[in-house]
Design a protein around this ligand. Structure first.
Ligand SMILES: NC(=O)c1ccc[n+]([C@@H]2O[C@H](COP(=O)([O-])OP(=O)(O)OC[C@H]3O[C@@H](n4cnc5c(N)ncnc54)[C@H](OP(=O)(O)O)[C@@H]3O)[C@@H](O)[C@H]2O)c1
Length: 347
């Protein structure tokens, strides 16, 4: 029988400063009856993303909508279709969509992606939200289109042990970078960068100022900086970049915390002196690159040239904890929540 309700993670109140577990609650919510062209899907994996932090706090208009107290959160999810009123997407199909943070959802088939393409034989289901999903795509767009990576470049990636960072380091190498350097918090993550993700060198930004680490690890300077964190690390990279260097501004993790009011922006004079290019981007504006990305990265996965890594937390009720952990650096690779329920065939 078609379920009438779903459990969903709801925002209880907007956090002021650091979010806490009490800001969230799992509640029962009604499911709309299935209309023509619609699907009932059961979520299997949900993406946990840093951008959610801003969406919890913010009230002013932004490129994506803010969460509302009393309403469910949302975000990217990978689901299996349970019921369908769309002939091209039959039950059993795997799809990606935006109504995560709940067990089930009713949505328009037109609002899904991946139907017919998500093949668990090619890569395990979590990879379709990570390396082969928006995360890997962000790394690919940032390196190829935004930073215009060239063979022989020396590349720096920050938050290098995270979802976008583990992808960016590996892709940079495969796209012809000569030397790839990563920064991460703590010695264990730094060791992993070199051992598992093909980085030539890693710097622990908590143990040593990145500016000093770069003088040691990239004495001839950088050509490209893939910036996931902003703040002091961006300032350090501006110093280390060579003339005509390029910066892909992907995200600003450091701006959630103490670094928010730092004066590092003064280092922007480096951009003038060295004729640097700094370019921000939002991945969804670059969907035209998606077929090329899927073709190349699925090839690299098949040949074993890239490694997909996820940190998986079990259970809808633990999803807020997964978000808090991500913001504190508790993940390696893509942070995901796996939902309970029978495993679908091939999943
Ligand atoms: N532009 C776009 O379209 C787009 C799309 C997707 C993601 N993004 C951005 O890409 C970045 C990475 O996202 P992700 O999903 O891959 O997350 P992630 O890197 O897997 O997780 C965030 C990481 O940030 C690091 N971090 C937390 N606070 C920090 C601080 N104060 N200073 C330096 N590092 C800090 C932590 O790693 P450590 O343990 O190393 O500190 C944490 O693991 C984020 O800035 C995100 O907003 C942008």
């Amino acid at each position: 029988m078609t379920p009438r309700t779903t459990r969903a993670v709801c925002l209880v109140r907007r956090p002021h400063g650091e979010p806490s577990p009490d800001d969230f609650a799992v509640e029962e919510r009604p499911l709309a009856p299935l209309g023509e062209g619609q699907l009932l899907v059961r979520n299997l994996y949900m993406s946990v993303d840093p951008s959610m932090r801003g969406r919890l706090e913010r009230t002013e208009k932004h490129y994506t909508h803010n969460f509302t107290p009393g309403s469910p959160l949302d975000g990217r999810a990978l689901a299996v279709v349970e019921e369908s009123r769309c002939t091209s997407v039959p039950p059993g199909t795997f799809v990606r969509h935006q109504l995560g943070w709940r067990d089930r959802a009713v949505l328009d088939a037109a609002d899904t992606d991946g139907a017919g393409r998500i093949d668990p034989q090619l890569a395990p289901l979590p990879t379709w939200l990570g390396l082969l999903g928006q995360t890997g795509f962000t790394a690919y767009v940032g390196l190829t289109r935004i930073a215009e990576l060239r063979p022989g470049d020396t590349v720096l990636v920050s938050a290098a042990a995270g979802a976008v960072g583990t992808a960016a380091g590996q892709f940079a190498r495969l796209l012809g970078a000569r030397r790839v350097i990563g920064t991460a918090g703590g010695p264990d993550k730094c060791a992993l960068l070199v051992k598992e993700f093909g980085y030539d060198a890693a710097a622990d930004y908590r143990a040593e100022p990145v500016r000093e680490a770069l003088a040691r690890l990239a004495p001839d300077g950088l050509d490209v900086y893939f910036d996931n964190v902003g703040g002091r690390q961006l300032a350090a990279a501006l110093h280390a970049l060579r003339p005509n260097g390029r910066v892909a501004l992907c995200g600003m993790m450091s701006q959630f915390g103490d670094d928010r009011h730092s004066a590092d922006i003064n280092q922007l004079i480096q951009a003038v002196l060295k004729r640097l290019t700094l370019r921000g981007f939002i991945v969804r504006d670059h969907d035209d690159l998606r077929p090329e990305f899927e073709r190349r990265v699925s090839g690299w996965l098949r040949s074993g040239e890239v490694t997909a890594r996820e940190t998986v937390v079990d259970g809808l009720e633990n999803a807020p904890g997964a978000l808090l952990s991500l913001l504190a650096g508790g993940n390696v690779g893509k942070m995901l929540v796996r939902l309970d329920g029978p495993a679908p065939a091939g999943g």
